[in-house]
Design a protein around this ligand. Sequence first.
Ligand code: LMR
Length: 398
Amino acid sequence: MLSNLQQQPADALLALIKLHNDDPRSDKIDLGVGVYRTGQGDTPVFAAIKAAERKLVDEQDSKAYLGPEGDMAFVEALMPYIFGKSGPSLGGRIEGMQTPGGTGSLRLALGMVKRAGYTRVIVGKPSWPNHNQICADLGLAVSEFSHAAADGTPDMDALRAALAQAGEGDAILLHGCCHNPTGIDYSNAQWDEIAGLVADAKVLPIIDLAYQGLGLGMEEDAYGLRRVLAAVPEALISYSCDKNFGLYRDRVGALYALVADPADLKKVMSNGHSLARANWSQPPDHGAAAVRIVLDDAVLTAQWLDELDQMRDRMRQVRARLAAAGKTGGVDLTPVGVQNGLFSIIPFTPEQVMAMRTDHGIYFAGSGRINVAGLTMGNIDQFIAATAKVTGQTEPAA
Ligand code: LMR
């Protein structure tokens, strides 16, 4: 029977890790999977997390199971950062549970959507490829609208049109900040409008917040999510600590549900618990426990926020340097300067993506998505020169 299985392609994004590792060139550049890198090209463990881990080793006296909801003190400690310090549970209408990373949270959110009887999920295009993969695996139809207009701003007309023909029975998946893969985020004024549109359309918002603090700041990056939640009766929120606490492989995330009537919370979350039990039973503890220790300690919290500020500042510097390069060969790098988070899309053709890999040892997704944090002041000129060379001139030579 097993020989009946069809060969599946490797995940294109994750395959880049190996391709880059296997390249013997010493000046190769990895702009693939979304991990933050310092100006020296490293992805260190946050000092605040290291300190929390030491405390955890000293103080943890049991590794007995916690249950499918995981570490609820971790889940609650995050809430003021996500939902706001004043009334983070929106009057007892929000509850959460721990999940293995943002993907685990999305898997539960979409599983609950399916169980609740939704059949269609509206998703901007492009989106993080795993959004569509999870929907497909669950048998949820995906309806796409264009996320970004040609000028590199959000395509509000497409979003308005998608919501105008949507209704009850539809869910919409929105990136809270640092849009993956484009880096093109909605402005606050646009979020104000979106909140009203989502409420009027009576669709269920699922908000994926995987990069809080990597865009404009912890509070700023939560604006859209808070605006939408204030306008709607129900919502699901997928949260990841993998990037903003640097815990990637420890898989730290949470799922939150907002309900209209607090009396429904227990029932709604019991679906998250039973789906978790059937998928991974219980989430891994270590990373979430480290986050809880950071958030329970004012000194470690300040240290973590400071480390996050430094990451954001460095990515802003890289973006400014790329934007300053302006028209580079056949592409314009200027829009990268106003985009947010780890990613931007450079409009490379598929052939140019391959030429960047083979001729220049520069690895990034086939969509043209680059991880700006993979660029340093030591390799950015090499990237700009290779981009100019590979994309060539658009104007005929004089
Ligand atoms: C990315 O988009 O690179 C990250 O979210 C990592 C992943 O799991 O794909």
